[in-house]
Ligand binder design. Structure first.
Ligand SMILES: [Zn+2]
Length: 373
């Protein structure tokens, strides 16, 4: 039987950024689970680059895997972000001062190693227990969306892996993104009346969006810091030359809605601003292309799942500032928490690591959760 560190070390050695197929990670996990008597069901799809991606559902021995009602689901994504070429040991795990370093150490192979270790037990598992391993989380929770579209599983309670330093995270902001293209009319800059500047118009629109961002601060959820929906224009591109009135200007608008606020609330407000600007100025033209619409999630502090993990981990519930698959599953499951070893502040960088003690503690907590009392 492998230890959690052995599983994690093996998993880190498998290249798994979202651009490549996740099949090798899934095969490793499936083999470990099969050896422990679990049955698995693979649901694969092709990504837009025609690369095969695999979601996996697993059920303990003796449980009917085709029953799509589940009492407790442990969910973990199987992809990582790409790593910098100068990170020599990204796929070569190292332990230093009690920390295991490597790409995916905390996001998310650490939690996966804990699941695999906890699932290897001679004792009886809980009825209605399932494990879900998903693909393509890092590029927009694509695998999870496939699982929901297929109605593959109806979970009552879910523990979704992400590094939370073993705090049960019971709320998270959503993640939304749109691309806005403002179109003007090109002309020689010496003759401004011949054209319409897309850059001036985009600047007016961004000014209005900034005012909207200030208004959004009044709607607060005190479980978060900052407590309101944040809005960012992080990327802008426009114009062709210094002496040409810009014919086009494109920018990306990102917002992170607090739970309870509809994922499209900000988008609807932006569309209303554009409609008003069009009415006031027939030369104003802007188009919005929504790229991502993920609401936040919030499980009540009184939820038995939250309280059970708080007790087992000896740590209070928190909120998370990053997006996760919890946003997708919260509307279908009754209780959803995000939980896992490691600190997200080290993830997505060459500093990524996970404390070995937290791997062991998470394994113990998961084992208590999934075994029949
Ligand atoms: Zn993750």
């Amino acid at each position: 039987m492998n230890s959690v560190v052995e599983h994690l070390s093996h998993l880190i050695r498998i290249p798994s950024n979202s651009a490549v197929s996740n099949r090798s990670v899934i095969e490793y996990a499936a083999e470990v689970l099969h050896r422990a008597g679990w049955t698995t069901r693979a649901l694969s799809y092709r990504d837009p680059q025609q690369v095969e991606k695999v979601n996996l559902i697993a059920a303990p021995r003796g449980q009917n895997i085709s029953d799509h009602h589940a009492d407790l689901v442990l969910m973990c994504h199987s992809d990582t972000v790409p790593f910098a070429p100068d990170w020599e040991h990204a796929l070569d795990p190292q332990i230093e001062n009690g920390m295991l370093h490597g790409c995916g150490a905390c996001d998310i192979k650490g939690f996966l190693a804990c699941i695999l270790t906890a699932a290897t037990s001679e004792a009886k598992f809980l009825d209605g227990l399932r494990i879900i391993l998903s693909a393509d989380e890092e590029i927009g929770c694509i695998g999870a969306a496939h699982l929901l579209a297929d109605n593959a599983l109806r979970p009552r309670r879910m523990i979704i892996g992400e590094p939370t330093q073993l705090h049960p995270a019971r709320a998270g902001k959503g993640y939304c993104l749109a691309e806005i293209t403002v179109t003007g009319k090109e002309a020689h800059s010496a003759h401004p009346d011949q054209g319409v500047s897309a850059i001036y118009n985009a600047a007016r629109l961004i000014g209005a969006i900034e005012k909207l961002a200030v208004q959004l601060r009044s709607e607060q959820n005190s479980f978060f810091r900052p407590a309101f929906t944040t809005v960012n224009v992080g990327l802008i591109h426009g114009g062709t030359a210094k002496n040409i009135i810009a014919g086009s200007c494109r920018f990306q608008l990102e917002w992170r809605p607090i739970p309870g606020q509809a994922a499209n609330a900000v988008l609807d407000s932006v569309i209303a601003i554009i409609t008003n600007m069009k009415q006031a100025d027939p030369g104003f033209h802007a188009e919005v292309r929504p790229l991502r619409q993920q609401a936040g999630f919030e499980t009540p502090a009184s939820s038995p799942l939250v309280q059970q993990i708080e007790r087992l981990a000896g740590r209070p519930a928190v909120s998370i500032p990053f997006g996760s698959e919890a946003s997708l599953f919260a509307p279908v499951a009754q209780e959803v928490i995000v939980f896992g070893p490691g600190d997200m502040r080290t993830a997505h960088s060459s500093r990524e690591c996970v404390p070995v003690s937290e791997l062991e503690e998470a394994t113990r907590i998961l084992r208590t959760m999934i075994l029949r009392a």
